[in-house]
Design a binder for this molecule. Structure first.
Ligand code: KIV
Length: 273
């Protein structure tokens, strides 16, 4: 079944209960028409801070602001009814203190109507996750390749391929789990590590560049639709939207130049009086 008929929005317990069960289908959405299209197909719509790179052409997710996340999330909420919508907390909106994280996460939920936030879960963030969850804010964790750490890491690098990194990442996943994260994104890690995290933590794992054995999968929609010439190696392209757009634009341009557009069906006739 690729489309669901249920109209009630999936809840945090619904997603948590999917551990070891039906795989969770997640994709990113940043705008209203995309959310409307994906909502009946996906269980989770993630308003990822990847919006900064995908939509705004930024070199990383670091410059993304809370206001940008809220604006895009409001658009996604307007046209989705079924999927659980999770909003990424952008860089510098949650790391300074638990209180800062609570104030900003509460603002996100209040101003968007989304159900949950996601934080990149370095070990120091575990206390913050517990603080938010205790105060009523559902949190999804994100371990492994953490795009917001790109400046420290010197780029987007797969994690957990050495013993030291393996222990670090599994420690972060366990800490996020113990702190009450309802799901954990596992990005860009050695496959065996993704499997170990999945079998160790109680929360469902959602893989991206991880393992088919994760409890669900997420991709950046524009990557899997073939919007870009380059994508990370863990992306499977399920479409070629770039070519569809290019062909449509070229057909339009050639019609305009040949004075073939607008045709009789695209112009208005005078009203007969
Ligand atoms: O920002 C994002 O889109 C993400 C996914 C890649 C998991 O965090």
């Amino acid at each position: 079944m690729s489309q669901h008929t249920q109209t009630r929005r999936l809840s945090v317990p619904d997603i948590y209960a999917r551990k070891g069960g039906e795989p969770i289908v997640a994709l990113t959405a940043y705008d209203a028409p995309t959310a409307a299209l994906l909502d009946p197909i996906c269980d989770v719509l993630l308003v990822g801070d990847s919006v900064g790179m995908v939509v705004h052409g930024l070199p990383s997710t670091v410059p993304v602001t809370l206001d940008m996340m809220i604006l895009h999330s409001q658009a996604v909420m307007r046209t989705s009814q079924r999927a659980l919508v999770v909003v990424d907390m952008p860089f510098s909106s949650y790391e300074a203190s638990k209180e800062q994280a609570f104030a900003n996460a509460a603002r996100v939920l209040r101003e968007t109507g989304a159900t949950a936030v996601k934080v990149e879960a370095g070990s120091y963030v575990a206390d913050t996750i517990a603080y938010l969850v205790e105060r009523g804010i559902p949190v999804m964790g994100h371990v492994g390749l953490r795009p917001q750490a790109a400046l420290v890491d010197g780029g987007f690098k797969a994690k957990g391929r050495s013993e030291h990194e393996w222990q670090k990442v599994i420690g972060e996943a366990k800490a996020a789990d113990a702190a009450g994260a309802f799901a954990i994104v596992v990005e860009g890690v050695a496959e065996d590590l993704a499997v170990e995290i999945t079998t160790t933590v109680k929360a469902p794992t959602i893989g991206i560049g991880a393992s088919v054995q994760c409890d669900g999968q997420v991709l950046v929609t524009d990557d899997m639709m073939g919007r870009f010439e380059w994508t990370p190696r863990f992306v499977k392209q399920y479409g070629n939207i770039r070519e569809v757009m290019r062909e449509a634009a070229e057909s339009y341009a050639s019609d305009v130049r040949a004075r073939a557009f607008p045709g009789p069906n695209q112009v208005y006739a005078l009203k007969k009086s």
